[in-house]
Write a new protein. Structure first.
Lengths: 118, 492, 487
């Protein structure tokens, strides 16, 4: 039962993927990208949680006989990096969409492919 | 000098900082100069690092030891590739200045030309980082850095369809990288560490050769599958290569000189680093090699057939690029072929540079690259001679290094008694000759009624490539020995 | 294992001498006396050098050296009897070829003659390199290079026709060599570890019988320059080129390279005894050239274009040589070699005389030749003599070689071969005499303008040289026999 969070992470992943691959509007694809990357965040952070543990704050005076178990902070740190990377990707994506709009005056994929085929 | 100890970091940071400097100098020529000087310095450092390579000295950032800190490790697998990539970039900058001005930056706002060089250097940093790092998450970060810069580089060009291609590349590349990230998460969950050598130690201790029945094995298999899928998607290996065809066929060909030459090399490096250094290769090898062999056979037949059927010389060259990946896969799936694989990759990479440079010269002058409608190239005798060399080289006709590689592939297949693959490679060679004939017909024998163009751009780059071709032919023996020596030291 | 340095140097210097001829056209003006003098003197020196090498060989020297070494594959050269015969033939034919080609180019106002001459010389030198090759991979590499070098010559003047011809030419030659010849070479190298030619063959115990037969067929069909049916299509397609190219390359260098490579494979890779053992029961291999002979004879009768008839007659004669080689006896191989040389001389005379006709009258079809004897008596006489030689009438070259072939076939009691050769001679008589009929047809013209005077002297001299060789072939054949005794 405690693994249900992973199920939800996969759900978010598949949702994001679906939106990315089947949307007609480029902006919606970027939204899908954001959702897709959020699922990975869920996955990692869920990995870090140790059952019965508290937040990893420095309450113990000596590390050797500490009565508390601490969750791992490492995935949080990794995910900070991943959030930044996702943010940068979205920025590049949006810039590309802007350029596409300036060039084609539409951001609908079907319209553009139709135009290109003619 | 204590700076020498920091070579692994310097190799990655020099292009990084010079990218920042390039972005800050708002002048085209200065940024080109900064880029060239930086890459020259990087090449020298890489050479020196390769020379004094001693048994994979690890380099810890900030003196945080592994497995906590981020570790860079230069060994015989990645240092030669680093030297080679720096060489390719140097070639791109030195000999391509005129072509860059005419084919790529002409279509960018005048005030932003210097940004192109800084983007290029960022991409270069990313690739170098992917090669040098020994930490899985760092690996992912650098993959993303290089990809972001590559997405933008690909979107530049004469054809506005390049933007669409770049966007598609962004979508699918990010999916691939995220799959790799998920697999890294699984590795972290299984072993608790992010350092490649540490992961492989833990996996060996826990699993060793006794693999059946352990519950964590399922997680390991999932992790491996995610990683390989992500890598294959990202590097556009068959069967997930469709986006690459669309993206590459719209972009400026000269940019592809750098990107196509490097991406397949990097893809194979990623898979090798993963297979040989992270997981226990024996665990995965047999099912993976069957899968690879199937993919290779289909790629060889399909891509060479599609190349023959194409009506556009750019598409022909792009399909031939995809075809070489088929050969690489075939060799990857055969156990004793590791040295040959790297020889193939390097020689083929030089080949791609030649073809795309040729294409860039032609596309500079004409828009229509259809083989029946292409304009005749007149009065450019040196161009025709160099083009003849490059096409001969690419077609693996005798007296070229590609021919020697092809003989070795044939021999390997015979010795391993792989008759089906042998026949498939022969069929692929047949299609190869046919589509090279089409290329030659378009370049040398176009119909005069379609119009006439003259190649006026600087041919220094082509000269350099042809010289490199002849050089690899004459020193083939030494190159083969050196690569074999390095491969045996790194992978065994 | 290499011979002492001075002897190596002799071969290298001979080749370098020949290579001077490659660059000479670029530095001299078109149609200048300097160019002709330079090219001819170099080719005569080359011929002398080759004669010296022949002499050294007869007196027992052995020359072998390796140029490039990559693992078990190496580019190596050595002299041995078969190769020396081919080399001498090429060196002897180079002189009249240059004489004819230089003047043909200027007379017919063909542009870009430096490039043309460069590639013609290149092809001849590559033929010489094949003659000297010491192992399979060298032979293959130079074989492919020869194909590539002939391409610019065929499309020297390009239009739709030449491009279509070139397409077929390249496809058949390159595809067959990459699909059949190269894999066969690689199989030999990987199974045995070496491909160096050894007199008497070296693959005897490495392959099973059916695998060996399959390998032999790969070699024979892969070496498609020998124009066996069905891979003969490149030869008629290549007739779109101009006359000097068709003559030299497709009657002398390219096709003879094909024959030569097959002979080398038969003798130095397989070995005659092994082949006799493989085909012990019934020698069905001779059926392949027989089919080619019958097919090409029928095709030659069909066509009305001069060059097509000559092309199919070449295919015919090549298969006669092959049939003799496929008898797998020393006499058969000797007869095949002699036929190779005799056919070169006869064919080159035929093509050059036809080239003379073309230069003056633009003759493409047989009907254009009507009564040309009146205007060009000397050329017609040479054409007559070479035709007689081709058909096999004594005392000319063709008769001598066909006689040897018949003798070799009779020794084997191979009735099929004898029958096929007789039929082939009959058919060649038909179509060649048809041409002669047109040439010598009495035509009522008022003025006999001796157009022949317009032709440059050099073209004549080269024709005369060749026809002398055809007539005095008996002595040439004696010299060849000296070499053949070494095998």
């Amino acid at each position: 039962m405690q693994n249900i969070i992973y199920f939800f992470a996969v759900l978010v992943l598949v949702t994001g993927l679906f939106i990315m691959l089947t949307s007609d509007n480029y902006l919606r694809k970027i939204i899908g990208l954001g959702i897709f990357q959020s699922s990975v965040l869920l996955f990692y952070i869920a990995l870090g949680k140790v059952s019965g543990a508290i937040l990893p704050i420095d309450i113990c005076a000596h590390l050797t006989n500490c009565p508390y178990t601490l969750s791992s902070p490492l995935p949080h740190v990794l995910m900070l990096t991943a959030i930044v990377v996702g943010f940068a990707t979205m920025a590049v994506g949006l810039a590309l969409i802007y350029k596409i709009y300036k060039e084609y005056s539409t951001i609908s994929e079907s319209v553009i492919t139709q135009e290109e085929d003619n | 000098m204590s700076l020498i100890n920091h070579i692994p970091a310097l190799q990655v940071l020099i292009p990084f900082f010079s990218a920042l400097f390039c972005a800050l100098t708002f002048h085209k020529f200065t940024s080109w100069l900064i880029a060239t000087i930086a890459i020259m310095a990087n090449l020298i450092i890489a050479f020196y690092g390769g020379w004094s390579l001693e048994n994979a000295q690890p380099y810890y950032f900030g003196n945080w030891q592994a497995p906590i800190g981020i570790e860079y490790r230069l060994d015989y697998l990645n240092q030669p590739i680093i030297v080679y990539i720096n060489g390719v970039m140097l070639f791109f900058l030195l000999f391509g200045k005129e072509l860059i001005n005419k084919t790529i930056t002409k279509y960018i706002d005048d005030k932003k030309h210097h940004m192109f060089y800084s983007l290029l250097l960022f991409a270069h940093t990313g690739y170098l980082g992917v090669l040098s790092t020994n930490d899985l998450f760092n690996f992912y970060v650098f993959i993303e850095i290089s990809s972001l810069a590559t997405y933008v580089l690909i979107s530049k060009g004469k054809n506005p369809k390049a933007l669409i291609g770049a966007f598609d590349y962004l979508m699918l590349g990010t999916i691939g990288a995220t799959l790799i990230l998920i697999s890294i998460g699984f590795f972290f969950a299984i072993t608790g560490s992010l350092n490649i050598t540490d992961i492989s130690n833990i996996l060996q201790v826990n699993y060793g050769t006794n693999v059946a029945g352990t519950p964590k094995l399922h997680l390991l298999i999932i992790a491996i599958v995610f990683f390989l899928t992500g890598a294959i998607l990202k590097m556009a290996f068959f069967p997930l290569h469709f986006w690459m065809m669309r993206a590459y066929s719209a972009t400026a060909p000269f940019v592809l000189t750098y990107i196509a030459a490097i991406s397949s090399l990097l893809g194979i490096y990623m898979i090798m680093r993963f297979l040989y250094f992270t997981v226990e290769v024996n665990l995965v090898y047999i099912p993976f090699s069957l899968l690879l062999r199937g993919m290779a056979i289909i790629t060889l037949i399909l891509c060479s057939y599609l190349a023959w059927k194409s009506k556009n010389i750019k598409k022909i060259i792009i399909y031939s690029t995809a075809l070489q990946i088929g050969y690489a896969f075939l060799l990857l799936s055969i156990w004793p072929a590791k040295a040959l694989l790297f020889q193939l990759l390097i020689i083929d990479s030089i080949n791609k540079i030649g073809l795309f440079t040729l294409l860039a010269h032609i596309e500079n002058k004409t828009n229509n690259l259809d083989i029946y409608l292409i304009k005749q190239i007149k009065d450019s005798p040196w161009f025709k001679i160099l083009a003849a060399f490059i096409i001969l080289y690419s077609a693996s006709l005798p007296l070229t290094s590609m021919f020697i590689i092809k003989i070795k592939i044939f021999e390997l297949l015979i010795r391993q008694n792989l008759l089906i693959e042998f026949i498939i490679v022969i069929i692929a060679s047949v299609f190869g000759i046919l589509y090279h004939l089409k290329l030659a017909k378009a370049i040398f024998f176009a119909k005069e009624e379609n119009g006439v163009i003259q190649i006026e751009t600087n041919l220094l780059g082509l000269f350099a490539i042809v010289t490199l071709h002849i050089f690899t032919l004459l020193y083939m023996h030494e190159i083969v020995e050196m690569i074999g020596y390095h491969t045996s030291l790194s992978i065994g | 294992m290499s011979s002492p340095a001075p002897l190596n140097f002799l071969i290298i210097s001979t080749m370098l001498l020949g290579m001077i001829n490659l660059v000479a056209p670029f530095f001299t003006k078109e149609d200048s006396k300097i160019r002709s003098f330079f090219l001819l003197s170099i080719s005569i020196f080359f011929l002398f050098n080759v004669i010296i090498i022949d002499d050294l060989f007869i007196n027992g020297t052995v020359i072998k050296f390796t140029l490039l070494d990559i693992g078990k594959y190496s580019i190596a050269f050595s002299i041995e009897p078969l190769g020396l015969i081919f080399l001498t033939m090429l060196a002897v034919l180079w002189v009249p070829a240059l004489l004819y080609t230089i003047k043909f180019l200027t007379f017919n106002h063909i542009t870009n003659s430096s490039k043309y001459l460069f590639f013609v010389n290149c092809c001849i030198l590559l033929g010489c390199l094949i003659a000297l090759s010491a192992n399979l991979i060298t032979m293959f590499i130079v074989y492919e290079l020869l194909t590539l070098c002939t391409i610019p010559l065929i499309v020297h003047h390009f239009d739709k026709r030449t491009l279509a011809g070139l397409n077929k030419y390249i496809k058949i030659l390159l595809l067959s060599s990459i699909t059949l010849f190269l894999p066969a070479v690689i199989v030999v190298y990987s199974k045995i570890g070496t491909g160096t030619f050894v007199s008497g063959g070296f693959i005897k115990h490495y392959f099973s019988d059916s695998a060996a037969i399959f390998l032999l067929l790969s070699f024979i069909f892969g070496i498609s320059k020998a124009a066996l049916y069905p891979l003969h299509g490149w030869l008629p397609a290549a007739m779109v080129a101009s006359y000097p190219v068709s003559a030299l390359l497709h009657a002398v260098v390219v096709v003879k390279t094909g024959l030569f490579c097959i002979y080398k494979v038969l003798f130095y890779v397989f070995g005659l005894e092994y082949l006799q053992y493989l085909f012990g029961g019934y020698n069905w291999l001779v059926i392949l050239p027989s089919i080619t002979i019958l097919y090409s004879s029928l095709q030659a009768l069909k066509y009305n274009e001069i060059k097509m008839i000559l092309a199919y007659s070449t295919i015919n004669q090549l298969s006669i040589a092959l049939i003799s080689a496929f008898l797998f006896t020393p006499k058969g191989l000797a007869a095949a070699v002699i036929h190779m040389v005799s056919h070169s001389f006869s064919k080159i005379c035929l093509f050059y005389s036809a080239g003379n006709f073309y230069s003056l009258d633009r003759t493409y079809y047989l009907t254009d030749l009507t009564g040309i004897n009146k205007n060009m008596p000397k050329t017609s006489a040479i054409f007559l003599v070479s035709t007689l030689s081709l058909i096999g009438i004594p005392p000319f070259a063709g008769f001598i070689s066909k006689f040897y072939v018949m003798v070799a076939a009779a020794n084997q009691q191979n009735l099929l071969v004898m029958l096929v050769i007789a039929i082939s001679s009959l058919f060649s008589a038909f179509y060649m005499l048809k041409i002669l009929g047109f040439i010598y047809e009495p035509v009522k013209t008022k003025n006999v303008n001796n157009k022949e005077k317009k032709l440059p002297l050099f073209m004549f001299i080269s024709l005369v040289l060749c026809i002398i060789s055809v007539t005095c072939f008996f002595f040439i054949q004696q010299t060849i026999n000296i070499f053949l005794n070494f095998m």
